[in-house]
Design a binder for this molecule. Structure first.
Ligand code: AKG
Length: 273
């Protein structure tokens, strides 16, 4: 559950970690089973693709589902983040990013802090993005692609792109990206369901179209130190939550428990964090 020293060293060097077999097939099924209901909802938290009705990203999930309320407190996500950042972390954003078979759209080259800083006034690039792959992610269905070591250059110049996809994003220009790739090279974040990814706020990344017949679905939790909280409130709560209550880990089996008869009724303490 905790990261080894060598993993922390690798994270600091590369800017990301790819950690296979962190969540079981059963746990992944529990997370996926919620998605048809959540994706069917017509509400602002569900962003649909520009060219189709398919959900591109569904946000605020811990406030919409008991199962997702539990996964944001899963020790396999929270403990590594605490090791890297310290104990007082709040839930900044909770979402599932989907890329439908044959049509899932791109995420342009960007790093998350550009948006966190420009839109939400987050002071420092400290937040961590913690992912769980919910489908097999391969070279064909639009994996995230990281520029190794790109975080070490610090925040690159970024501009707001409101046209390329349905989701406004602060993006990095091609010349900067080419220079970063020449220095660090590319890594495709592939793996079977249950693989975890961790990456930092200035790591430059993207993902391409899903032209394959295989959907690509990924859970994403962003944790940020309470001491580095947002200072601007222009985006809706689901894009950057205002509740700064430090997240506290649940027992490791809580996700499976949530799928049982108790979980269906019980809302654990602190799920509004
Ligand atoms: O899901 C993806 O392909 C990329 C998502 C991403 O870059 C992000 O959420 O910042």
């Amino acid at each position: 559950m905790r990261l080894h020293d060598s993993e922390i060293e690798r994270f600091r060097e590369d800017g990301f970690l790819i950690l296979p077999e962190r969540f079981s097939a059963e746990e992944v099924e529990v997370l996926k089973a919620e998605l048809p209901r959540l994706f069917a909802e017509r509400r602002p938290e569900n962003f649909r693709e520009k060219e189709s009705d398919a959900v591109r990203t569904a946000m605020g999930l811990h406030l919409r589902s008991e199962v997702y309320a539990r996964v944001v407190r899963d020790p396999r996500l929270v403990e590594p983040a605490r090791q890297i950042l310290g104990d007082a972390l709040y839930v900044q954003q909770v979402k599932v990013n989907a890329k439908a078979a044959f049509s899932g759209d791109v995420w342009q080259w960007h790093y998350d802090f550009a948006t966190h800083h420009a839109e939400d006034g987050v002071p420092e690039p400290l937040a961590l993005n913690l992912h769980i792959l919910l489908d097999e992610v391969n070279e064909f269905n639009g994996p995230l692609v990281f520029i190794r070591g790109s975080h070490r250059r610090g925040p690159a110049p970024a501009t707001l792109d409101t046209v390329t996809t349905s989701y406004p994003l602060w993006v990095v220009d091609d010349d900067t990206v080419a220079g970063l790739i020449a220095e660090g090279g590319l890594v495709s974040a592939k793996g079977p369901p249950g693989t975890m990814l961790i990456f930092g706020d200035t790591l430059v990344h993207s993902s391409s179209l899903n032209m394959s017949p295989w959907p690509r679905t990924i859970f994403s939790l962003i944790l940020n130190p309470v001491s580095n909280a947002l200072t601007r409130h222009q985006r809706p709560d689901h894009q950057h939550h205002r509740n700064l209550t430090p997240v506290s880990p649940l027992p490791g089996d809580a996700l499976i428990a949530a799928a049982g008869p108790l979980g269906a009724a019980a809302v654990p303490e602190g799920t509004d964090s």
